[in-house]
Design a protein around this ligand. Structure first.
Ligand code: TYM
Length: 331
């Protein structure tokens, strides 16, 4: 059976981008593959090195994984830092990752632009740690959103380079995966780019947002003065809202508003009201479960311990074999 690995950084609450880009695939894949889904707390240190936030953020992602429907009996759910073998593999892979290729990564360039005062080596080698996460379980399928595609290409590069260096077909090639025909990019509400945690207040709709908060955010979303000619192309901020409607609403609803837009009869107030209600319908069952699980500390502890043990079993086998291949010997 093919092995699947994916993770989400523990930098706060999960949003609709995380859900439709990644988690929806996790939930389906857990029944078909050997799945490892983790909480990337080591990765979060590149931008969020605050001890007081760390535990709460990890716990939040764990709660939301479970609330969204990842089943610890079907998939291995674990916290990245509970598996130190990942950090060891990261070290080995770093020996064959080159400055030029790391500097060219889009996500690195974005981070440097956004935060020129904190260009740490962890940010630069972020894709190497991600490759270690994937290769440690010798995964071939990695459910992620569109923004992670380049990182998957780098993971294949690092795995193949290791294989060539040691003349050993050890790591299989991992590929980004989505059940749809292409990887997903969920837009934000700010009319600009993708939905993201660091894109500014009001851009993201979180799984834990209350109906009132969702309504407020959606009603504030940027729109234009409305279409003036029939069948005109939609400007980016309007297209974004239609793209969001496409994931949360029924095809009939989408078609209805698309038709009104094309006939220049759309009323953005009604359109946004419908979008907000459909987002509420999509997130409500998850939000309710978040509230149920949040205070069940014994359950959360049990899931994290059980997952860590299973993940370490797989990871330590890889590390044993890798040490042998690299040439470490016991005296
Ligand atoms: P992160 O935490 O930024 O995002 C987690 C997952 O959510 C997806 N995602 C989106 N998909 C569609 N539209 C959006 N607007 C959107 N925003 C986020 C991301 O594509 C991702 O799948 N580096 C990773 C975490 C990671 C990882 C790994 C993933 C660490 N190691 C190994 C896979 C395998 C990250 O920062 O994702």
């Amino acid at each position: 059976m093919e092995t699947v690995v994916s993770g989400i950084r523990s930098t706060g609450k999960l949003h609709l981008g995380n859900y439709y880009g990644a988690i929806q695939n996790f939930i389906k894949m857990q029944h078909e593959y050997n799945c490892y889904f983790f909480i990337a707390d080591l990765h979060s240190l590149t931008t969020h090195p605050t001890p007081s936030d760390l535990y709460g953020n990890v716990k939040q992602v764990l709660i939301e994984y479970l609330a969204a429907g990842i089943d610890p009996e079907q998939a291995t759910i674990y916290v990245q830092s509970d598996v130190p073998e990942v950090a060891e593999l990261y070290l080995y892979l770093n020996m064959n990752a080159y400055l030029g290729e790391l500097e060219r990564a889009t996500s690195f360039k974005d981070k440097v632009r956004a935060n020129p005062d904190n260009v740490n080596a962890g940010l630069l080698t972020y894709p190497v740690l991600m490759a270690a996460d994937i290769l440690i379980h010798k995964a071939t399928k990695v459910p992620v959103g569109k923004d992670q595609e380049q990182h998957l290409e780098m993971a294949r590069t690092f795995g193949n380079r290791f294989n060539r260096l040691y003349n050993h077909e050890y790591f299989p090639e991992p590929y980004a995966f989505s059940y749809g025909d292409k990887l997903v990019k969920i837009p934000g509400l700010d009319g600009k780019g993708k939905m993201g945690k660091s894109e500014g207040e009001g851009n993201a709709v979180y799984l834990s947002d209350s109906p009132e908060v969702i309504r407020k955010k959606v009603m504030k979303a940027v729109t234009d003065g409305g279409p003036t000619t029939e069948n005109q192309e939609k400007p980016a901020e309007i297209q974004n809202l239609f793209d969001l409607m496409k994931v949360v609403s029924t095809p009939d609803t989408l078609q209805h508003f698309d038709g009104l837009y094309n006939q220049c009869q759309i009323r953005y107030g009604d359109f946004k009201k419908q979008l907000a209600e459909d987002m509420i319908i999509a997130t409500s069952p998850i939000r309710e479960k978040i509230n149920d699980i949040a205070n069940d500390q014994p359950y959360l502890r049990q899931v994290a311990r059980f997952g860590a043990a299973k993940a370490r079993e797989s990871a330590s086998k890889t590390i044993r074999e890798i040490r042998e291949i690299i040439g470490f010997r016991n005296f």
